[in-house]
Design a protein around this ligand. Structure first.
Ligand SMILES: [Zn+2]
Length: 84
C-alpha cells in the first residue's frame, strides 16, 4: 500500500487541536473511565503539570516545559473523543 509522509497530517491535526482541549473526553488507559479533561486531577509542578484520572488516580498525561521545548506525554490516555 502506498503511503505519504506525516506532513499530510498538518491540516487535520490543526483542525482538531485548535480549540479548548479541556472540553474533550479522554479514556483512561488504566481503568477505562471516559471523562472530560476538565474533571481530571491536576498536580502543579515547577516544570509543568501532572494530570491524573479522577476515577483511579493513575496518570493520564503530563506537560513538562524545559528551556528548549515542551513535552506532552499522553501515555495514560487511550483516546480522545473530539466533538465534530
Ligand atoms: Zn482511570
Amino acid at each position: 500500500m502506498d503511503h505519504v509522509d506525516g506532513n499530510v497530517l498538518a491540516g487535520p491535526l490543526g483542525e482538531l487541536f485548535r480549540f479548548d482541549l479541556t472540553t474533550t473526553s479522554g479514556e483512561c488507559r488504566h481503568c477505562g473511565d471516559i471523562a472530560v479533561l476538565a474533571r481530571a486531577m491536576v498536580y502543579l509542578d515547577p516544570s509543568g503539570y501532572v494530570v491524573r484520572c479522577n476515577s483511579c488516580g493513575e496518570m493520564l498525561m503530563a506537560i513538562v516545559t524545559t528551556e528548549k521545548r515542551t513535552w506532552l506525554d499522553l501515555s495514560g490516555v487511550s483516546g480522545l473523543q473530539i466533538p465534530t
